[in-house]
Ligand binder design. Structure first.
Ligand SMILES: NC(=O)c1ccc[n+]([C@@H]2O[C@H](COP(=O)([O-])OP(=O)(O)OC[C@H]3O[C@@H](n4cnc5c(N)ncnc54)[C@H](O)[C@@H]3O)[C@@H](O)[C@H]2O)c1
Length: 700
């Protein structure tokens, strides 16, 4: 069967795209569309055309794998140019999602109708690209620059109702979509509606054309969080062209901007992460056919920082959840924080008030542990103490449903030991959320030695259902993310003793692209948390320990590595801290020296990469790309740099190996010696990516 079919219903031609699973616009589809539209044009019996899609969605975008290859004609703009030249009305019938090239092709139609649940958007920016086939020019003409620019810069789709309000679609049709769209097309013909090509519209551009300063204002406010990224800047320019130059000239410029972005490092990194995220949900030795256990109800134990956020994540996805505490007081505090969080979102316009009530209604606070008996999945988020966790799991074993999944949110503790405190270790695993748990998307799914495949599949499935990005990891101290973070923290503190100040270390890594540096992050999380952990393990951290001893726990006490004015989260350098650092160096007999930005970045990042190599060798992570996904979704690694392991390959493993060798000699720290895997790959002039390629290669 062909991927594009043409059929006729009296005078209406229906062009049907059928390229499962999401009707991506691969080359064959573009060729098929050219043929189908040419035939419909030449058939004098055809008065109007409906463009519709089979399966679960309208065209949901380009075929991303084609972005790695040179473009192949016909380009999507040529398909759209043909459609616009036909002179017969074309109606796009949108169900599911019309995304990227899919929405652009709909914008090339004269009319757009949609099913009530449909969504439309231009997500190219998320892949480091801009809409390359007219989206940056047609959307502003159709709905105005004020609405179009934020859509293009956020990449987020909008629902049919909003699209109708904006004028991006003409009608929402109930019932079966294609017949309703055919009916709509008949009406267009019968009532001789004028043929409106979006490219010819001008009315909505006029206000901004007259007042260009307005555009600059809008651009500045819509691109606040795009530091370091090329694509948003290019997209802003492209939309500006819609105000300044004729359509065809603007499109010529857009095409060359698109090609530049496509071949650039940033988009390559972002496309890599797009695939890495999907890959991460696959567990090499668990069959994709493994049936997850049914989850209708959840329970969370502990209503503290994490438990509250985890309960919200379940409620946000419509899953009822019991939130269990030891007493009324901590329970009330936990529920209060949740309500406050929701109220703030409502205030910011991110949530409707009735939706907040619905979500709050799904969270049932309780001090009765017996409530876990109702749950299909239980997430424990009590204090980070092994004996306590074992006790909680012992109780869970007694009370929870026989088939319930029992998860711990521990950050560091041995998940196998926790599993052993039950008679069903096969049902136990780690579900390591990140703070704030209702916001952060990473979920490390920690697989215990005895965790059953269906339990793993359930945790992954539920993770996705609640909007997280699950990555399966093995049991070790700190799993993947925190273990690598520890390597970074040690080196960060070492640099303080050698001559850097917190603001210099943080500044260099922020310039690299992180939202904040290790010291500002420590202040945010609370320095007391890691202090307590270090004490429990007999570890020391020269500067941080002294800060904690002085009661400087970070933002919560207004002082940490930095100073915070009352009510402010902005870190300000503190002369007292500088003195403390300088004195500590002197006490250790260290002659302080300036440390430049490049050295800071290398010394923060290379030890992480080294730890990542050990993690791979130990099988704690299944693939280098899993580590990259963890760092992007859990720790603020800049997505356009593709994650630490991707970055390592870009730098070249040989130079990282050599630099680590120097660092190890300098610090006399054997953890900095190049990991065997890293050294081996460097010797063979290979990168981490080659590990995956060689796994895919046929066995000899
Ligand atoms: N805070 C973070 O950034 C973070 C991130 C990831 C994982 N974690 C892990 O999550 C867990 C919880 O951390 P947190 O920061 O939310 O701690 P927290 O101190 O804020 O909350 C713990 C809550 O558990 C309750 N609790 C203690 N014993 C209980 C019991 N027997 N039954 C029911 N409730 C009980 C306490 O009253 C408290 O409200 C820890 O294992 C921690 O390592 C924390």
């Amino acid at each position: 069967m062909s991927v594009v079919e043409l059929c006729r219903e009296d005078e209406i031609a229906v062009v049907l795209v059928d390229n499962p699973p999401v009707n991506a616009l691969k080359h064959e589809v573009r060729v098929g569309l050219m043929d189908a539209f040419s035939q419909a044009r030449d058939d004098s019996a055809v008065a109007a055309i409906v463009l519709a899609c089979a399966g679960r969605t309208f065209i949901a975008g380009a075929d991303i794998t084609e972005f790695d290859k040179p473009p192949k004609a016909p380009h999507l703009s040529e398909v759209i140019a043909l459609m616009e030249s036909i002179g017969k009305p074309i109606v796009a019938a949108i169900h599911g999602t019309a995304l990227g090239g899919g929405f652009e092709i709909a914008l090339g139609c004269h009319f757009r109708v949609a099913a009530p649940g449909a969504r439309v958007g231009l997500p190219e920016i998320k892949l480091g690209l801009l809409p390359g086939a007219g989206g940056t020019q047609r959307l502003p003409r159709l709905i105005g620059v004020e609405k179009a620019l934020p859509m293009i810069l956020s990449g987020d789709p909008i629902p049919a109702k909003a699209a109708l309000q904006y004028g991006a679609i003409d009608s929402i049709l109930e019932g079966e979509l294609t017949p309703a769209a055919v009916e709509f097309a008949r009406r267009v013909v019968r009532e001789k509606w004028p043929l409106r090509r979006v490219r010819d519209l001008d009315e909505k551009l006029a206000p901004m054309r007259e007042d260009p300063a307005k555009f600059d204002e809008l651009a500045a406010s819509s691109s606040k969080r795009t530091r370091g990224l090329h694509a948003p800047a290019a997209a802003i320019e492209a939309v500006r062209w819609s105000l300044q130059v004729p359509f065809d000239e603007a499109e010529r410029r857009v095409r060359s901007a698109f090609q530049e972005l496509r071949q650039g490092e940033q988009s390559k990194a972002q496309r890599y992460i797009f695939f890495a995220e999907r890959e991460a949900a696959k567990v090499p030795d668990v069959s994709p056919a493994t049936r997850p256990r049914e989850v209708a109800r959840a329970a969370v134990i502990g209503a503290g920082t994490m438990g509250g956020g985890i309960a919200m994540s379940f409620a946000n996805a419509g899953i009822p959840v019991s939130l269990i505490e030891t007493g009324q007081e901590p329970l009330a505090r936990g529920l209060d924080t949740i309500a406050k969080n929701y109220r703030n979102t409502v205030k910011r316009g991110g949530l409707a008030a009735d939706e907040m009530e619905r979500r709050l209604g799904l969270i049932a606070g309780s001090t009765e542990f017996e409530r876990v008996a109702e749950a299909d999945i239980v997430v424990e988020a009590v204090f980070e103490e092994m004996e306590l966790k074992k006790r909680v799991f012992g109780e869970l074993d007694r009370i929870a449903k026989p088939n319930a999944v029992l998860a711990t949110n521990t950050s560091y503790l041995d998940v196998d030991a926790i599993g052993q405190s039950t008679k069903r270790p096969q049902s136990v695993l780690g579900m390591h959320f990140f703070s704030p748990a209702n916001v952060m998307r990473l979920l490390e799914v920690v697989r215990g030695e005895q965790t059953a495949p269906d339990v793993l599949a359930t945790a992954i499935g539920i993770g996705r259902r609640i909007g997280k990005v699950p990555v399966v990891v093995g049991v070790c101290h700190g799993f993947v993310g925190n273990r690598m973070l520890r390597a970074r923290s040690i080196e960060a503190e070492r640099m303080l003793l050698e001559g850097a100040l917190p603001q210099e270390v943080d500044g260099a890594i922020v310039e690299f692209g992180f939202p904040m540096g290790p010291f500002a992050m420590g202040d945010l999380a609370g320095l007391d948390v890691s202090w307590r952990m270090r004490k429990a393990q007999g570890l020391k951290s020269e500067i941080a320990d002294q800060l904690c001893e002085a009661g400087r726990f970070g933002q919560k006490t207004g002082k940490g590595f930095y100073l915070y004015e009352a009510g402010s989260r902005t870190p300000r350098p503190d002369p007292d801290v500088e003195n403390l650092i300088v004195e500590t160096s002197a006490r250790h007999g260290v002659a302080r020296r300036p440390i430049d930005k490049q050295e800071i970045v290398e010394r923060l990042i290379y030890p992480m990469i080294n730890e990542g190599a050990r993690i791979l060798e130990e099988g704690i992570a299944a693939r280098p790309s899993d580590i990259d996904v963890i760092w992007i979704y859990g720790y603020g690694w800049p997505v356009w740099r593709g994650g630490p392991m991707f970055y390592a390959d870009r730098v070249g493993l040989a130079s990282i190996r050599d630099r680590l060798g120097e660092m190890a000699a300098h610090s006399k720290d054997e953890r900095l010696e190049p990991a065997p895997m890293l050294a081996r790959l460097a010797d063979d002039r290979r990168g981490f990516a080659s590990l995956v390629e060689s796994k895919k290669a046929p066995r000899q």
